[in-house]
Design a protein around this ligand. Structure first.
Ligand SMILES: Nc1ncnc2c1ncn2[C@@H]1O[C@H](COP(=O)(O)OP(=O)(O)OP(=O)(O)O)[C@@H](O)[C@H]1O
Ligand SMILES: [Mg+2]
Length: 264
């Protein structure tokens, strides 16, 4: 890490660093390219006796087809930022200031912090999806992998059962799972950590979201699996033009995958 980077890492505010690798989508943002806009966002948590500011005046955007990495120290607000965007913040949290806008593929600009929960739920899972650090956070332990993968498609009424099954299998092959039949019929607990992580990626991508938020999705894995998963993500993102917000504290991962870096 350069001295400039380590200095920036200690700051509370987000700053955009230079591009890690050249990418056409990292040209100055045009409105048509925007997927996510976060502007002047501040979030607090209320404790028993006082309010604690978790996030202070954060602004950045993510464009179509771009991988933006958020890096920062423990507790700097990376997860709070992504949970706020997904509408999954804890009840004790309050948005103090700012806005988050999501641009849907039909050109509609959604004000995420001021929309009905029902509409929000429609966007979540279908247009915006999230991968968590621990797969069991989002995988249902009592549902077989095949049923979990097709559930989102059926919930959002995107296709019939046969097409959903076909899509699920296709996606498992895309995340390089060889024995698709066995995995479709398995419960998450019977799979290895790396396999569960792949299933979770497949689940997040099954509805072909425009935005994928990945919160430290590889930290729990060993280095070889980590690298393999990063390559899978990069390939999938290039094939489908998905915008990815990738949270990590690993500068090696950033160099490997990011088009642009946001530092907390
Ligand atoms: N549910 C919560 N209740 C109270 N405070 C919280 C809650 N979640 C997060 N915070 C606080 O918000 C701040 C930002 O936390 P956040 O989890 O976003 O950090 P982070 O950058 O993701 O850290 P890490 O690298 O450890 O994942 C921290 O001060 C944290 O203590
Ligand atoms: Mg976090």
């Amino acid at each position: 890490m350069t001295q400039q980077e380590s200095t920036l890492l200690t700051g509370v505010h987000m700053t955009q660093l230079a591009q890690a690798t050249p990418h056409p989508a990292s040209a100055p943002p045009q409105t048509a390219m925007l997927v996510l806009e976060i502007d002047d966002l501040s979030v607090s948590f209320s404790g028993r006796s006082r309010k604690h500011i978790a996030l202070k005046s954060v602004s950045f955007s993510v464009n179509k087809g771009e991988i933006v990495a958020i890096v920062g120290e423990r507790g700097s607000g990376k997860s709070v930022t992504s949970l706020t965007a997904m509408g999954l913040l804890a009840n004790s949290a309050a948005i103090e200031r700012g806005s988050i806008h999501f641009h849907s593929r039909h050109g509609q600009r959604h004000d995420l912090l001021n929309m009905k929960e029902d509409d929000r739920r429609q966007l979540r899972g279908r247009d915006m999806a999230m991968i968590f650090q621990e797969p069991m956070t989002s995988l249902n332990p009592v549902l077989k992998v095949g049923d979990q993968l097709t559930e989102a498609l059926r919930d959002h009424q995107l296709c019939d059962a046969a097409t959903a099954d076909k899509k699920a299998r296709e996606l498992l092959r895309k995340v390089r799972i060889a024995d698709v039949d066995r995995v479709m019929k398995s419960y998450p607990a019977s799979l290895s950590g790396g396999m569960r992580q792949r299933v979770m990626i497949a689940q997040a991508l099954v509805c072909e979201p425009q935005l994928l938020i990945a919160d430290e999705p590889t930290t729990a894995l060993d280095v070889t699996v980590q690298t393999r998963i990063l390559h899978i993500l990069r390939d999938l993102q290039q094939q489908s033009d998905t915008a990815v917000l990738f949270i990590t504290h690993d500068m090696g991962v950033v160099a490997e995958i990011a088009d642009r870096v946001v530092v907390m």
